[in-house]
Design a protein. Structure first.
Length: 202
């Protein structure tokens, strides 16, 4: 859901990968299926090794990434598809043993697309990390938001209204070398485990 150039710029200012946190949390879960929506270059595998009984499904809208991933990863349990979020068939997955990753994705989706996604995935485990607008943010933060390709970076309260069945954790200046705020939303995952992980792994 982002261009190659934008991906390159992100890596220049990155202090800690969002996917590294997602991978650390993933290691604590007993799941069989990982659905990575807007997978990009599947950076999750810089920090996570797929277990023998697990399957990974990466979805991305840009053919460049899908072609690159199919050449890079030959694991028979890894599947890559050029699809947007509205075209994914979630019915083929068992919600009890499936985790959906949404790393930097919600702020690329309008409200209607998010509502459709939520309706289809009511019983699934979901983990998301996104940019968030908070009161009194710095000028630098607001410039970075303006430059972001996502058209739907939301105020915190607006995220909460949309994702009203999710728990959340606000994360300040964790991932970028410049001032930047994120929020982690999660569903059907233990709140204390998420909070303790973020607080104890700076």
């Amino acid at each position: 859901m982002y261009s190659y150039l934008y991906s390159f710029i992100q890596k220049l200012i990155l202090k800690k990968s969002l996917n590294s946190d997602a991978a650390s949390l993933l290691k604590k879960l007993k799941i069989k299926n990982i659905i990575d929506i807007g997978c990009g270059e599947s950076d999750i595998f810089n920090y996570y090794k797929l277990k023998k009984n697990q399957k990974y499904f990466g979805y991305e809208t840009e053919a460049y990434f899908i072609n690159k991933l199919k050449k890079k990863f030959k694991n028979k349990n890894m599947y890559f598809y050029k699809k947007n979020i509205n075209d994914i068939n979630f019915d083929k997955f068992n919600p009890k043993n499936t985790l959906i990753l949404m790393i930097g994705i919600f702020h690329h989706l309008d409200d209607l697309s998010i509502k459709k996604f939520l309706f289809k995935t009511k019983k699934f485990k979901v983990l998301s990390i996104d940019a968030v607008i908070l009161p009194n943010q710095s000028f630098i933060t607001r410039i970075l938001y303006f430059l972001d390709k996502g058209n739907y970076i939301r105020f915190f309260e607006d995220y909460k209204k949309l994702l009203n069945n999710f728990n959340y954790k606000l994360i300040n200046n964790r991932y970028l070398r410049l001032p930047y705020d994120h929020v982690m939303f999660f569903k059907n995952l233990k709140k204390n485990d998420i909070n303790n992980f973020i607080d104890n792994n700076k």
